[in-house]
Design a protein around this ligand. Sequence first.
Ligand SMILES: Nc1ncnc2c1ncn2[C@@H]1O[C@H](COP(=O)(O)OP(=O)(O)OP(=O)(O)O)[C@@H](O)[C@H]1O
Ligand SMILES: [Mg+2]
Length: 235
Amino acid sequence: MLEVTNLNVYYDNIHALKGVNITVDEGEIVCLIGANGAGKTTTLQSISGIIPKREGTVIFEGKDITKTKANVITKNGIAQVPEGRRIFTGLSVLDNLKLGAFTVRDSQENINKDIEKIYERFPILLERKDQLAGTLSGGEQQMLAMGRAIMSRPRLILLDEPSMGLSPLFVEKIFDVIKTLKKEGVTILLVEQNANLALSISDRAYVLETGKIVKEGTSIELMEDKSVKEAYLGA
Ligand SMILES: Nc1ncnc2c1ncn2[C@@H]1O[C@H](COP(=O)(O)OP(=O)(O)OP(=O)(O)O)[C@@H](O)[C@H]1O
Ligand SMILES: [Mg+2]
């Protein structure tokens, strides 16, 4: 479904991604683990067209999107939930959800149905629908960010550190939603520093170190890998 080949990204003269190769099959959850500064966010943002690529190609559902603009990539079926959430803090919860559907061409009635579905997934967002998004708690903001991404009806979601800063209860809730999305056929590329959690929910994983993929395999293989255990699983 997604094929990233020889991705090279620079920030001025900093070579942030050095020939990254990643594939994601339809229906999979694939995770990308790595330390701070390894290039995880850069990988997601260059796939979604936010950061320009110096070299390499990104193919999505057979279509070359290497040079496609970010908003067109969203329209093509890829949604990103950015690190730090980036919701519109000055708008209500409901308006944030509506904006998530800006690339969707459908009747208002059907878009309202999508909003109802988001409220079913995250009942707290219904309770808070008229509240300014900036006044939500961190966990609620993460739910809103995911809800907004789902509003674009993506086939692939790029999720950047959904557990960051959240209490165990919220983390569990967010990961339940990720599992539900997978059951509904949505494909997910997940970035997580909580490698235990990421490997427990994903089918396959890649380990990124200073801009290079150093290991890949099924999540079960990586969970049992000695060097992965030592470096990322606290064992
Ligand atoms: N806008 C930028 N300008 C210059 N350098 C940047 C920029 N964004 C990221 N970098 C650098 O690129 C490297 C990769 O950063 P990136 O944010 O992709 O890491 P990450 O794996 O997501 O880390 P974290 O776990 O801390 O979120 C880092 O060394 C970072 O300092
Ligand atoms: Mg990051």
